[in-house]
Design a protein around this ligand. Structure first.
Ligand code: ACO
Length: 383
């Protein structure tokens, strides 16, 4: 067979390829730092709110009081979903994973928005704000639909508190709101990861913001990206108790299985987001009086660092986030939609930034097939 060859550099999975400039966020994988617009993630997680961080990512600076009010009133101007969409979500959650329902919801909202065929910057910004404002209600409605419960519509203006109230039908405590808000801040942006890249590829064709977010959700669904915390929690529950950790992990590694919640394409040290979530996972476990899961996780961490730390394998954000969400009362299948509830902020900011100096993404693949030219044989003569 003659194979095609092109004289071109090849980076499998685009690893290490720099394909865009950004001022939004910086992942320092060597020193374990995550920076949004110059601010360390630890500083923002401690002091800021999710809305403020979203403003920062989108517009490049922390808002003044009036800019903040203006921003949140745009987010809240039309922040509920209609009965028709709730019915669709009830149907979707009967048969498929909540991420499929979320993908459908965003696509539906795009199809219903008359402005989604306007592609100028102002229209894209308006679509992004409208969609982001609805996200707490969409994800909470998916949670309700999945449990066969009616939708709850809250007038609470705060993104985090509204989501928790519409999910559980009661006002969250201050501590629950703080923990959840921190988790949202930590997941808001993270370089050109697969879902962010997917949103940018879509917007680079001058498509619309709903389509960009739909693409992002589709790629966040997979277990190598957003789906890892669901599987990490499942593994911890199977291990069950700290004393089983060493044996189970050794067996999994022996079978060349990947341990979910460990390793990262960029971080080769402890993921700074995991450090913060670990503290909250511990506090929640103590508050709720069930510490065994957390203790099992700590033991798994010790075993893994012992075995693979020298290869740069440490806990990533997904290792402790599952324990946090479970302690707050969420079903594991909702973990990835919760990730999206936060990451919409990064998808929107990065797609919007890219549009300001747009260039269609169009990489190439290395052709390894037949170059021919082969002669066409009619079907009747083929053997
Ligand atoms: N469990 C066991 N071994 C691992 C793990 C893991 N979780 N991660 C990496 N390794 C191994 C690799 O197999 C490789 O071994 P080798 O040297 O024998 O070939 C070595 O460690 C180095 O791996 P990397 O090249 O650094 O890993 P890569 O960049 O290819 O993969 C990835 C990164 C996909 C995240 C991987 O670590 C993984 O699959 N982790 C589990 C899934 C997960 O937690 N995903 C969430 C990531 S964070 C997020 O998306 C929000």
């Amino acid at each position: 067979m003659i194979t095609g060859s092109q004289n071109t550099d090849y980076a499998r999975g685009l690893e290490g390829v720099v394909a865009a400039e950004t001022r939004i966020g910086f992942v320092d994988g060597i020193n374990g730092r995550l920076v949004y617009r110059g601010y360390n993630i630890e500083e923002l997680a401690e002091s800021s709110t999710f809305e403020e961080v979203s403003y920062l990512l989108l517009y490049g600076k922390l808002p003044t009081k009036s800019e903040f009010t203006n921003f949140t009133s745009k987010l809240n101007a039309d922040n509920q979903i209609n009965d028709q969409l709730f019915k669709i979500l009830q149907e979707c959650t009967k048969s498929s994973h909540p991420m499929s329902a979320l993908r459908t919801a965003v696509s539906y909202l795009g199809a219903m928005d008359k402005n989604s065929n306007k592609f100028d910057l102002a229209a894209q910004e308006a679509m992004g704000l409208k969609l982001m404002g609805k996200f707490p209600s969409i994800v909470a409605a998916i949670n309700r639909a999945q449990q066969g419960k009616p939708i709850i519509r809250s007038t609470e203006p705060n993104y985090t508190a509204r989501f928790l109230e519409e999910s559980f039908g009661k006002k969250p405590t201050e501590f629950e709101t703080k923990v959840f808000r921190t988790a949202l801040i930590l997941h808001a942006d993270h370089g050109m990861n697969a879902s962010t890249f997917a949103s940018m590829v879509t917007i680079s064709t001058l498509s619309d913001m709903y389509s960009a977010v739909t693409s992002a959700i589709a790629s966040l669904k997979g277990p190598l990206h957003g789906g890892a915390n669901e599987q990490a929690l499942d593994m911890l529950e199977r291990i069950g108790t700290p004393k089983n950790a060493d044996k189970v992990i050794a067996e999994m590694l022996e079978k060349k299985e990947k341990i979910m919640g460990f390793g990262h394409r960029v971080y080769k040290v402890y993921d700074p987001r995991a450090k913060i979530l670990k503290g909250y996972a511990k506090k929640l476990a103590e508050d709720k009086g069930h510490t065994e899961l957390f203790e099992t996780a700590e033991e798994v961490e010790k075993v893994m660092i012992n075995k693979l730390g020298t290869k740069g394998i440490f806990p990533n954000v997904d290792f402790y986030s599952g324990i946090v969400y479970k302690s707050l009362g969420f079903d594991p299948t909702l973990f990835t939609p919760i990730f999206a509830l936060s990451r919409i902020s990064g998808w929107f900011a990065r797609s919007f930034e890219y549009l300001h100096d747009n260039r269609l993404f169009r990489p190439r693949s290395m052709y390894k097939g037949e170059v021919g030219p082969l002669k066409y044989i009619p079907i009747a003569d083929r053997r």
